[in-house]
Design a protein around this ligand. Structure first.
Ligand SMILES: [Zn+2]
Ligand SMILES: [Zn+2]
Length: 149
């Protein structure tokens, strides 16, 4: 069965994770995560700021950026360096590195939920004396939609 990644479920899980970890899931943090969920291809920080400002004219950039920092720090969202975008994490209790497939054609971002791949990669890196410096491992991979066209 594919994991349940509907926005309502992901938000609920995030709220539960914050409660369990003693973290405050403030309205701005919730709203930022919700907007990321609504934009499957991710949002750049300034696009997110524009969306928040349209709803809450009093919102300041630091408020929005702090909310993003909170979400990424606690693995509720991920930063994809390749596109300089943020995406909501769709995995439950995500604490390990994971693989992100970034489509070069449409910029769709898919979080690949395959632990064995990441474990093998981390083992191979360790064997070569290296260590991941970023829990978001990005690779370019044409998505099923673009592959067909
Ligand atoms: Zn994740
Ligand atoms: Zn694509």
């Amino acid at each position: 069965m594919p994991p349940n990644t509907s926005p309502a479920v992901v938000l609920e899980r995030a709220a539960a994770a914050c409660t369990a970890r003693g973290l405050a899931f403030t309205p701005i943090r919730q709203r930022v995560l919700q907007l990321l969920l609504e934009h499957g291809k991710g949002l750049k920080a300034y696009d997110l700021l524009a969306l928040i400002k349209a709803e809450q004219p009093g919102a300041t950039p630091p408020t929005v950026y702090r909310a993003l920092d909170f979400l990424t720090e606690h693995h509720l969202a991920h930063k994809i360096e390749r596109n300089a975008t943020f995406v909501a994490c769709t995995q439950e209790n995500h604490v390990e590195p994971s693989l992100f497939l970034v489509c070069p054609k449409c910029s769709a971002i898919t979080e690949l939920q395959d632990r064995s791949v990441m474990q093998a990669l981390c083992r191979a890196l360790a064997a070569a004396g290296h260590q991941l410096d970023n829990p978001e491992v990005e690779i370019g991979a044409t998505c099923p939609n673009c592959k067909g066209s």
